[in-house]
Design a binder for this molecule. Structure first.
Ligand SMILES: Nc1ncnc2c1ncn2[C@@H]1O[C@H](COP(=O)(O)OP(=O)(O)OP(=O)(O)O)[C@@H](O)[C@H]1O
Length: 338
């Protein structure tokens, strides 16, 4: 495919593969309008020796770099075709070396929380999934994708990046606005109609975050909750990874239910390690971990789901209390109406 592209007229290349203009720009090549009807190969070989001397390269080397660039971009575009229908966790051993004795299958659109005391092994389970464990981690667990052993090379492959991980600390170090950050990400994913996608991400991120932010906000000035909200919306719309691992979102002050709904709508498999009972009950199932091992999987019952709004009301009371303390108020009515 990429070989034949170089024999197409430049105008056709730029129309059908608009990302190619980035290649020419990065090479410092300004292609005049008059060359649009020439093939890329024809144009490059029509340039004189002085031009190539100035550029410090040759038409052959430029064609070779173009072909490598084009093939790389095509590979990225083709990632869409790999679909994960199921993820299976094959039990390993707990910290005492006892068998977990479990096989757990998750399907597209499933959300499952992971609960257990501090140090019990919640993050370890997420790490096993991210690493696509093949009985080669301290837990001895195995992970299957679509019922089969994933190829070990996927661990390092950008094309098969199956897992997106949202960790507790998201620190931006780039000097970019929110819009520039999302646009850069969308561009690297070859997303068509980037403007629309950016707007959707901004809208969803703002509906998740407590405090709104605009597209010209520098990413470095986002609060913890706002960056979390941005990354969740960004993951939902731009990440091709079908599996999303979340390590704690409870402290980020974002709308947890909306965050889950958004990821589910995009048909991701979502696993959330959490100490937050509300978040744990929002998921239809929860994995209970003790002493490094999965001890059971509990389905959220109808009663639990029904009672969720009581817990949320309690949580809102705590939030109001927190805000009052933050404002410097004295709290002497805590037993009455917070
Ligand atoms: N089955 C296991 N076998 C051996 N080591 C394990 C096992 N499970 C967990 N560990 C180890 O136990 C330690 C604590 O686990 P981990 O960090 O996953 O706990 P956690 O539940 O996420 O804790 P926290 O709630 O504090 O974040 C880690 O060093 C981890 O590698």
């Amino acid at each position: 495919m990429s070989q034949s592209v170089t024999t197409l007229p430049i105008a056709t290349i730029l129309r059908d593969y608009p990302f190619c203009s980035d290649f020419f720009e990065s090479q410092g090549m300004e292609i005049p309008q008059t060359a649009n009807s020439k093939t890329l190969t024809g144009y490059l070989f029509s340039l004189d020796v002085d031009y190539w001397e100035d550029m410090g390269t040759s038409p052959e080397a430029t064609l070779q770099s173009f072909t490598a660039f084009f093939e790389g971009m095509e590979r990225i575009a083709n990632q869409k075709k790999f679909s994960v229908e199921s993820l299976t966790i094959l039990g390993g051993r707990n910290k005492q070396g006892e068998d977990e004795n479990i096989t757990l299958e998750l399907n597209r659109g499933d959300v499952i929380s992971i609960v257990g005391p501090t140090g019990s092994g919640k993050s370890r389970l997420l790490a096993d999934i991210e690493w696509m464990a093949r009985r080669d981690t301290p837990t001895g667990r195995g992970i299957l994708v679509n019922g089969s052993d994933p190829d070990p090379s996927w661990r390092f492959s950008i094309e098969h990046k199956l897992v997106a991980q949202l960790s507790q600390n998201m620190n931006f170090v780039m000097d970019l606005t929110v819009e520039e950050f999302v646009d850069m990400h969308a561009e690297s994913r070859l997303v068509p109609e980037r403007e629309n996608v950016i707007q959707r991400i901004m809208k969803e991120a703002n509906s998740l975050a407590g405090e709104p932010f605009t597209s010209d906000t520098p990413v470095t000035s986002l609060s913890g909750g706002q960056s979390r909200a941005l990354m969740i919306a960004d993951t939902a719309f731009l990440s091709r990874s079908p599996i999303v691992l979340i390590d704690e979102i409870e402290n980020a002050g974002i709308d947890r239910q909306k965050a889950l709904d958004l990821l589910v709508r995009e048909e991701k498999i979502v696993l959330i390690a959490t100490h937050d009972p509300i978040l744990a009950l929002m998921a239809p199932r929860r994995i209970v971990i003790r002493n490094g091992g999965i001890v059971k999987v509990v389905e959220t019952s109808t009663v639990e789901r029904k009672n969720l709004h009581y817990l949320q009301a309690l949580d809102n009371k705590m939030l109001r209390l927190r805000n009052r303390v933050r404002q410097g108020e004295r709290i002497e009515d805590a037993t009455e109406n917070w």
